[in-house]
Design a protein around this ligand. Structure first.
Ligand SMILES: *[C@@H]1O[C@H](CO)[C@@H](O)[C@H](O)[C@H]1NC(C)=O
Ligand SMILES: *[C@@H]1O[C@H](CO)[C@@H](O)[C@H](O)[C@H]1NC(C)=O
Ligand SMILES: *[C@@H]1O[C@H](CO)[C@@H](O)[C@H](O)[C@H]1NC(C)=O
Ligand SMILES: *[C@@H]1O[C@H](CO)[C@@H](O)[C@H](O)[C@H]1NC(C)=O
Ligand SMILES: *[C@@H]1O[C@H](CO)[C@@H](O)[C@H](O)[C@H]1NC(C)=O
Ligand SMILES: *[C@@H]1O[C@H](CO)[C@@H](O)[C@H](O)[C@H]1NC(C)=O
Ligand SMILES: *[C@@H]1O[C@H](CO)[C@@H](O)[C@H](O)[C@H]1NC(C)=O
Ligand SMILES: [Ca+2]
Length: 403
């Protein structure tokens, strides 16, 4: 680049000088100046050329060094692992970072690690395993839950690595793997476990398991959180009803409420209102004791207080009718429904759904786990005069999961 610029510059100099002055002395001076300029540029050019050469040499030296370290690594192997009596060792590369797998002959069980890695210290990781004789003709695989693989394979390495079955035909070898395994990308004579959980996640929408997918050697299974049992399809999770199964810890005074993923033991206590007293007439109901004539405070208090416990899943789609409330009969002419303020009131609304019925509607999605409380008030009127109030205290248990 520099050379190119110089040439353009000098030719311009010549033409301009040639046109303006005729004097030989002046031309000579100009030529000297150009010479000076040229030599300056030459020096700088040579300098950069030198620095470029140096850089190249450095680069070359470093690649040579790299090559050398690579070949050095070749010689820095782990010692060949000790032979395995009544078994075999898979893998014949003993370089740092490489691993070998151990497998025992049929009738023997591997004691110790299934895999050892060649460490930077040029030693194998872990202890040398050995094959222990087991007097067991049946090939029991206690750990497999729904192992799809046939357990007839005599050789088992690390449970996630197996030998492939190879058929040699003419000059080519064709290897196959058991179900749940695929040919190892490192060694075609080995099969490695397929991670179905990961594979499904990467290739397909939706979920393989409702909750947790667990990859196993040759297969996979789904797991559910505590309080749920795995469905018949082996993928979904169903809540365990502790209250129905009587596996709960609730005392006889408490009410057992089944929730998604658990249960609650609740104490039902009758409320306190001024000048009114209540008596429990059922596990979930309190009735007001008769009021003294003229005791207005007592007459204003609810005639009855009902308790209602329910369970929903997290992030339920809304609006959703949670339940309906109806009066069996009324003495007055109008029935009014309303919500009383409580911690969960912003999530709900109450709607009339008939002359004598109202319904509680969840209006916005709630993320669990949560417990929301809301009181529904039903007022019976006769010519705009309150005949009686009936309160239903609703508690909604929201599960931590959306199932
Ligand atoms: C590159 O290596 C050679 C010899 O191997 C040495 O003479 C030279 O100085 C090295 N160059 C640099 C830039 O380190
Ligand atoms: C580095 O090694 C490769 C092959 O391993 C070889 O082709 C290359 O020439 C080597 N480079 C140097 C600078 O020795
Ligand atoms: C693959 O594994 C088999 C069994 O361990 C071994 O005999 C073979 O040499 C390995 N091949 C390569 C390319 O590592
Ligand atoms: C590696 O093995 C050598 C002997 O073979 C031993 O002296 C050294 O402590 C070992 N290093 C580790 C990290 O085990
Ligand atoms: C029941 O109570 C016992 C002891 O009080 C406790 O160990 C157990 O975990 C409880 N079970 C449940 C389901 O809460
Ligand atoms: C509450 O009851 C007391 C006596 O039991 C009575 O004197 C009082 O007036 C009542 N309060 C109201 C607001 O009726
Ligand atoms: C709640 O459900 C909506 C769709 O119904 C979904 O878009 C959203 O991601 C869910 N939120 C959570 C926290 O699961
Ligand atoms: Ca439950």
């Amino acid at each position: 680049m520099k050379v190119f610029f110089i040439i353009i510059f000098t030719s311009q100099l010549f033409t301009s000088q040639g046109q303006d002055c005729q004097s030989g002395q002046e031309v000579l001076n100009a030529l000297r100046q150009v010479q000076k300029l040229l030599s300056a540029h030459e020096t700088s050019f040579l300098q950069s050329l030198r620095s470029l050469r140096k850089k190249l040499s450095l680069l070359q030296n470093s690649t040579v060094k790299h090559n050398k370290s690579n070949t050095d690594k070749d010689s820095t192997d782990c010692p060949p692992p000790e032979p395995l009596a009544n078994g075999r060792i898979l893998g014949n590369v003993f370089k740092i970072g490489h691993e070998v797998h151990f497998l025992c002959s049929p009738g023997f069980q591997l004691m110790g690690p299934e895999t050892r890695v060649c460490l930077d210290s040029q030693n194998w990781s872990g202890a040398q395993p050995y094959c222990k004789f087991v007097d067991n003709t049946v090939n029991n695989d206690a750990s497999a839950s729904i192992s799809a693989s046939s357990s007839s394979s005599p050789h088992r390495v690390s449970s996630h690595v197996r030998e492939s079955r190879c058929i040699e035909f003419l000059d080519s070898t064709h290897c196959t793997c058991e179900q749940g395994y695929s040919i190892s990308s490192h060694n075609s004579t080995l099969c490695t476990d397929i991670d179905e959980c990961e594979l499904f996640r990467l290739t397909r929408p939706g979920r393989l398991c409702l909750h947790t997918c667990v990859n196993t050697a040759g297969s996979f299974h789904c797991e559910c959180p505590a309080g749920y049992s795995l469905g018949r399809d082996s993928r979904s999770c169903h809540d365990i009803d502790e209250c129905a199964r009587a596996t709960h810890n609730c005392s006889s005074e408490q009410v057992c409420v089944n929730t998604y993923g658990g249960h609650r033991c609740v104490d039902v206590d009758c409320p306190r209102f001024r000048n009114a007293t209540y008596i429990k007439t059922s596990p979930l109901r309190c009735d007001r004791n008769p009021c003294i004539q003229g005791d207005n405070a007592c007459f204003q208090a609810p005639v009855s207080v009902n308790f209602h416990f329910m369970s929903v899943v997290s992030n339920m789609s809304t609006p959703t009718v949670l339940f309906r409330l109806s009066a069996a009969r009324i003495l007055g002419d109008v029935l009014r429904f309303g919500l009383l303020g409580n911690q969960g009131v912003q999530h709900f609304t109450v709607q009339r759904s008939g002359k004598l019925t109202g319904q509680l509607v969840m209006v916005n999605a709630v993320q669990g786990p949560a417990a929301l409380e809301v009181d529904i008030e039903m007022s019976e009127m006769e010519r705009r005069v309150l005949l009686g109030r009936y309160v239903t205290k609703v508690t909604v248990f929201v599960s931590p999961y959306n199932f």
